[in-house]
Ligand binder design. Sequence first.
Ligand SMILES: [Zn+2]
Length: 401
Amino acid sequence: MTVVRLAELLGPPGPSVFLRGVVAGGRYANAYLFLGAPGVGKGTAALAFARALLCETRNGPKVQGGLFDGGAAATPADAPADDACGACSACQKSAQLTHPDLKFLFPVSGEEKELEKNVAETQQALREDSFFVFNYEKAASIRLSLTRELLRELAYRPYEAERRVVVVRDADRMRGDQYSALLKSIEEPGASTVWVLTTARASRLPATIPSRCQRVRFTPLSEPTIQQFLEQRVGSTTPEARLLAALSGGSLARALTLRDRKPLEERNQALRLLEPALQGDPAALWAAVQTLNSYGRAGREVLRRMAEFQQLWLRDLLRARQGAPREDLVNRDREAEIRRQAERTEPVEIRRRLMVLEEMLRAIEGNVTPELAMFSALSRLGGGRPDGDTWPPHATARWDY
Ligand SMILES: [Zn+2]
């Protein structure tokens, strides 16, 4: 697990500055709600905030009955006043998710008897894989039995720290009665618990929750931020990182998920699909769509990515038409082809194709047979050309991809 500190959060500095201010001031609200799109760093920030709060270098370890006489020896001289020190025993425990005053709830799916195992496995994966991405099934939820257990514990004082921190990831995946219990705890005066909730779907929370929380907003990450992260931290090549950043929509989690699927190969596959489409060869196109081997929900996702890769390519053609330099091209590893095709394709035609792909994306989402939706949309890519001199009249020369 990469232990990210508040000072190291990616993206615009707002949340990091705010949260460090809270830690430095030492005055905590009863509850915080981290809002923002999926994969922009809310969960990472929530755990970083929890670690900073629990760090002993500012608070000193809780002395009980004089049994312990301080932990000053473990305090590094340059410990920050507004962040976790990363060295004290509290920091070490919270980094391993074993601090008794750090409670971490997240959505889980599966049967109740498997619950403990599933939770332990996810925590282990989180410790072992620095770039672990939470991926839920549709039915995954913050489990009732776990919140019940937690609420029982909240009746007691924290074990080691002044305060206990409860991080609830994707807090929108709870049920009505869980929210009432949560509210009751949040509203308790003088509570020794700090709640940190995250959500990408605030509209699913009962309105009473956001209104009782101090809200912290997280915005999508910029493409250069994601590209740089992938190159420096994950070891992606520049072409791959550029492509993933462009496809990520500002979500690092999405970029990391796509990275596991060999994006350059997938991109090339997507571009190969364009060939029979633009040649107007329906038999070859149908065969090519079939090779995507798509089925079920996962298949729909593959088709969607194919369409997105194709869009990125066409946008590169437009950029090239406008004389964009190499570094502005997403697919710059294939710059020569982009320049060649751009020269041969009018912007109005590129825009028409982009619109077809846009319709295709919608059709893939809504259609029971996404392959058919893709096939029928791609079939229209090659057609619709203006008559006259713009395009060579004979079929083979229409090949301009
Ligand atoms: Zn510490």
